[in-house]
Design a protein around this ligand. Structure first.
Ligand code: GDP
Length: 519
C-alpha cells in the first residue's frame, strides 16, 4: 500500500475510527456497508481472515491530497476496544456513536458516551435505521441532549447525521464528516520515530502459528524487524494488510497482520519494534510485570476473603479462537454477579480444546467451555472417560447463559416452609440417642411422615427434628388428620437443640419444599 514516491508528501495520518453504540443499533452493518462500498472487489474478495480493522480510500477534490484514507476498527463489539483502553493504550482518534432512530438512547449508548468522554476523542453521532418505520431522529437528539451530547442543530458542537446502513443512505456524507473532523484534529504522520503501536487481535493459526493484528501508530514497521509486545518477542516473518496482501512495510494508522510470534501477544499491549534481538530482549525485560498472563482477567485467583471463602466456585477452562474473543467472553462472564457462587478460570488459552485442557479440568474438578473452537479427538476421548464436561458455543450470549445456569445449579435451594398441623403430646415412650417414641393427638391440620417438627414447651422451642415414623391405630400411616391420635418416632435433626419430649409439649409440624434458584 505504501508508495515510496509519495511518502514525503503525505503528512496527515489517516484517522483511526471506532464505532460504538448499543447492541443491534447497526454497528456491524455500518462497518460492513462502508467496507463493501469502499473496498474494491478484488481487495475485499481476498478477505478471509480477521484482522480487526480495515482501511478505505476516499477521493477528494483537494488537489494536494487527492486520496484520503480512513482506518476503521472492527473489533468484535467494543470489548476488545475496552480491553485496550483499560491498559491505558489510546487507539482511536474519532468515535462514531451509532444510535438506532427507532430505539434512541439505550444503556450501552450511555456507556459509549462515557467511554468517549474519558478518551477525550471527538464524536460523530450517526442516527441509523432512518429507513425504518417509527424512526424518530428528533427524539434521538433530545435523548442525547439529556446525556449532555448536544448535536449541531441543537446548538451544540457534535456533528450528527441520519443514515441507513441497510440502504446505504448518507454513508458518503458520513465519511466526509469523518475526514472533516480528522482535519480539525490535525493528525500528523510520524514516520521518523521508532515504530510502535497496539496489538488489536491475536490468535493461533494451525498452519502459520501465532498471528497478531497490530495497529501501527508511529514509525514504519518493516519485514524482518524484531517486535516486542509485553514480554513476547517475535521476528516479523510476514506482514499482510487487512485484505490479505503481502506487504513489506506498514505505516502509521495501518492495521497489519504479523506472523513470527512464539506465543500470542495480548490484546491491548503496546508493541515496539527494534532491529536486533538484544534490544528486543531488553525491552521485554523492562516490560515484565507481576500481573498475570492475561491482564484483563481481574481475578484469576480470587482473594480468599471471608465472603469468597464461603462462595461455591465453578472451575472453568476457557478456550477461544483468538484473544479478542477470550476477552469478550471474559467481560461478558463478568456480568454474572452473585454473592454466593462464582467462577474461577483455572486456564485461559486460545486454540482448540486439547488433552492438556481436559487434564486441567480434571485436576481442578472443573469443566471446559469453548468459544468458536473445536475439540480435538484425543481430548474428547479422555473427557468422555473421565466425565469432564465440554461445552462449545458460537454465540457469546449462549455461553454466558450456559454458565449462568451452571452457577445457578450451585446455589443453595430456597426452602419453602408450609405449616401442616399441631399435635399435643399425651404420652412418651422409649428414648434413645437417635430417637424418641411419643403419642399424641392432632389438634389442628394434619401431620405427615417426613414432616419437620418443632417442639414447644410453654411457648419455648426445645427441640427440632423430623417425623421418622408415623402410626395410627398401630399401623403405619403417611398422614394423620385433626382430631385423631398418632404414634410418632421423633428423630432430632443433627446439631439442633434436642431436649427430651414430655407430656403436654406441643409439636408444630411443617413441610419443607426445596425450590431451585436461578441466577
Ligand atoms: P450491532 O449489534 O450494533 O453490530 O448491530 P447489527 O449491525 O448487527 O445490526 C442489528 C440489526 O439491525 C441487523 O439485523 C441489521 O440488519 C439491522 N440494521 C442495521 N442497520 C440498519 C438500518 O439502517 N436499517 C434497518 N432497517 N436495519 C438495520
Amino acid at each position: 500500500m505504501a508508495e515510496n514516491t509519495k511518502e514525503k508528501t503525505i503528512k496527515a495520518r489517516p484517522p483511526v475510527v471506532v464505532v460504538l453504540g448499543h447492541v443491534d443499533h447497526g454497528k456491524t452493518k455500518l462497518l460492513d456497508t462502508i467496507r463493501k462500498t469502499k473496498v474494491a472487489e478484488k481487495e475485499s474478495g481476498g478477505i478471509t481472515q480477521h484482522v480487526g480493522a480495515y482501511q478505505i480510500d476516499i477521493a477528494t477534490s483537494d488537489k494536494r491530497q487527492a486520496i484520503k484514507r480512513i482506518t476503521f476498527l472492527d473489533t468484535p463489539g467494543h470489548e476488545a476496544f475496552s480491553a485496550i483502553r483499560s491498559r491505558g493504550a489510546k487507539i482511536a482518534d474519532i468515535a462514531i456513536l451509532v444510535v438506532a432512530a427507532d430505539e434512541s438512547v439505550k444503556p450501552q449508548t450511555k456507556e459509549a458516551i462515557k467511554i468517549v468522554e474519558a478518551e477525550k476523542i471527538p464524536l460523530i453521532v450517526a442516527i441509523n435505521k432512518i429507513d425504518k418505520e417509527g424512526a424518530n431522529s428528533q427524539k434521538v437528539k433530545q435523548d442525547l441532549a439529556a446525556e449532555n451530547i448536544l448535536v449541531e442543530d441543537w446548538g451544540g458542537k457534535v456533528p450528527s447525521i441520519e443514515i441507513s446502513a441497510k440502504d446505504n443512505r448518507n454513508i458518503p456524507e458520513l465519511l466526509e464528516m469523518i475526514l472533516l473532523v480528522a482535519e480539525l484534529e490535525e493528525l500528523k504522520e510520524d514516520t521518523d520515530s521508532p515504530a510502535s503501536g497496539v496489538i488489536i487481535e491475536s490468535r493461533l493459526d494451525k498452519r502459520r502459528g501465532y498471528l497478531a493484528s497490530v495497529l501501527v501508530q508511529k514509525g514504519i514497521v518493516k519485514l524482518g524487524d524484531w517486535i516486542v509486545a509485553g514480554t513476547v518477542i517475535g521476528k516479523i516473518k510476514s506482514m499482510e494488510d487487512f485484505a490479505g496482501a503481502l506487504i513489506t512495510e506498514a505505516r502509521p494508522s495501518q492495521p497489519v497482520l504479523i506472523t513470527g510470534w512464539p506465543s500470542a501477544p495480548n490484546v491491548g499491549k503496546i508493541f515496539a519494534v527494534t532491529d536486533s534481538k538484544e534490544k528486543a530482549s531488553r525491552i521485554a525485560e523492562d516490560n515484565v510485570d507481576l500481573t498475570p498472563l492475561f491482564l484483563f482477567i481481574k481475578e484469576p485467583m480470587p482473594e480468599i476473603s471471608e465472603s469468597t471463602a464461603k462462595k461455591r466456585i465453578l472451575n472453568l477452562v476457557l478456550k477461544a479462537d483468538f484473544s479478542g474473543s477470550l476477552e469478550a467472553v471474559d467481560s461478558a462472564l463478568n456480568t454474572i454477579k452473585s454473592e454466593e457462587v462464582g467462577y474461577n478460570v483455572v486456564r485461559y488459552d486460545i486454540g482448540n480444546i486439547t488433552e492438556a485442557d481436559v487434564k486441567s479440568a480434571i485436576h481442578s474438578n472443573g469443566q471446559i467451555v469453548g468459544f468458536r473452537v473445536n475439540t480435538e479427538e484425543s481430548a474428547q476421548k479422555i473427557a468422555d472417560k473421565e466425565s469432564v464436561k465440554i461445552s462449545s458455543f458460537d454465540v457469546i450470549y449462549d455461553l454466558v447463559e450456559y454458565i449462568r445456569k451452571e452457577l445457578g445449579g450451585l446455589l443453595e435451594p430456597e426452602i419453602e416452609r408450609t405449616q401442616l398441623g399441631r399435635l399435643k403430646v399425651l404420652a412418651t415412650f422409649k428414648k434413645d440417642a437417635r430417637s424418641q417414641i411419643i403419642g399424641g393427638k392432632v389438634m389442628s391440620g394434619k401431620i405427615t411422615r417426613g414432616g419437620i417438627v418443632e417442639v414447644f414447651r410453654n411457648g419455648t422451642k426445645i427441640a427440632l427434628g423430623k417425623i421418622g415414623q408415623l402410626q395410627q391405630n398401630k399401623a403405619d400411616s403417611s398422614e394423620v388428620k385433626e382430631g385423631q391420635e398418632a404414634g410418632i418416632r421423633f428423630d432430632p435433626l443433627p446439631n439442633q437443640p434436642s431436649q427430651e419430649i414430655k407430656e403436654g409439649d406441643i409439636l408444630e409440624v411443617y413441610e419443607e419444599k426445596k425450590i431451585e434458584r436461578t441466577l
